[in-house]
Design a protein around this ligand. Structure first.
Ligand code: ADP
Ligand code: MG
Length: 262
């Protein structure tokens, strides 16, 4: 089976600062990957490299088995079959909800009837029915974020990139939306590459967790595997395991959830 995305030894520096130092990662169709790491560890840079907004200094990025980016060449972002949702939604404020969702399909020159049917389906899926004629400033934060997700899904991308998609929402909405998003993406079979600094968001969305530290991957595994057996003290800390961290400090070894030393 060809993987949707393959990242091979990808490195990126800005000036003298190495932001990514040789990242390797493969994503299969239908997987939801959550990259979890502290602010500044290189998550957004990794997403920008996958989207084609930045070029790697070394290594390769393959999409459906074909090289999309290397030091010597770049496939244009719009040819990658990728859509991205950002923290700040980036909706067009002068366009209605309908026009925002339909935007990509109109550029793709689909006919009006098909576009109307797709927008109606997405509006129903994302609980936006009745809001189609509103402008983004007339929506709540959660509604705006759902429009951004609907717009990104509308062109049926091979891969959805989500960069801290819920950070601007209040606590209650974040909790609701992360469960809803995970359910929706599973139902649609969307392949998702999601980055966040919030362990609870990563845990509620991910099939597979990728823990990053200072431009490198510290650990990959199911959320349960990472939780039970963090690969390092910093992974344990990131996963919110204060008691285990103290135990590790004493033993210098790995510890299981609940603090039992292995
Ligand atoms: P994260 O998303 O994990 O918070 P980023 O990928 O945004 O991390 O940033 C990683 C590091 O790279 C930071 O130190 C940041 O300041 C730096 N950086 C990111 N983008 C640029 C850029 N376009 N030019 C220079 N430095 C950058
Ligand atoms: Mg970021």
């Amino acid at each position: 089976m060809t993987s949707i995305l393959e990242i091979r030894q990808v490195g990126k520096s800005y000036g003298k600062q190495e932001v990514l130092g040789g990242v390797d990662l493969t994503v299969q169709a239908g997987e939801i990957i959550s990259v979890l790491g502290p602010s500044g560890c290189g998550k957004s840079t990794l997403l920008q490299l996958i989207a084609g907004l930045q070029q790697p200094d070394r290594g390769e990025i393959l999409l459906r088995g074909k090289v999309a980016a290397s030091r010597s060449g770049m496939l244009a972002p719009e040819k990658r079959g990728i859509n991205m949702v950002f923290q700040d939604y980036a909706l067009w404020p002068h366009m209605t909800v309908f026009e925002n969702i339909a935007y990509g399909m109109r550029r793709g020159k689909q006919d009006q009837t098909a576009i109307r049917a797709s927008v109606a389906e997405l509006a129903a899926l994302l609980r936006l029915e009745g809001l189609e004629q509103r402008l983004p400033p007339q929506l709540s934060g959660g509604q705006q974020q759902r429009v951004a997700i609907a717009r990104a899904l509308a062109t049926k991308p091979d891969l959805m990139l989500l960069d801290e998609p819920l950070s601007n929402l209040d606590m209650q909405l974040r909790v609701e939306m992360r469960t809803e998003m995970a359910y929706l993406f599973k139902k649609l079979g969307t392949t998702v590459f999601h980055v966040t600094h919030d362990p609870e968001e990563a845990f509620s969305m991910a099939d597979r967790l990728v823990i990053m530290r200072e431009g490198a991957i510290d650990q990959t595994g199911t959320p349960q595997q990472c939780w039970r057996l963090p690969a390092s003290a910093s992974a344990a800390k990131l996963l919110g395991a204060g008691n285990r961290l103290r135990a590790m400090g004493r033993s210098g070894g790995r510890v299981a959830a609940g603090g039992a030393e292995l």
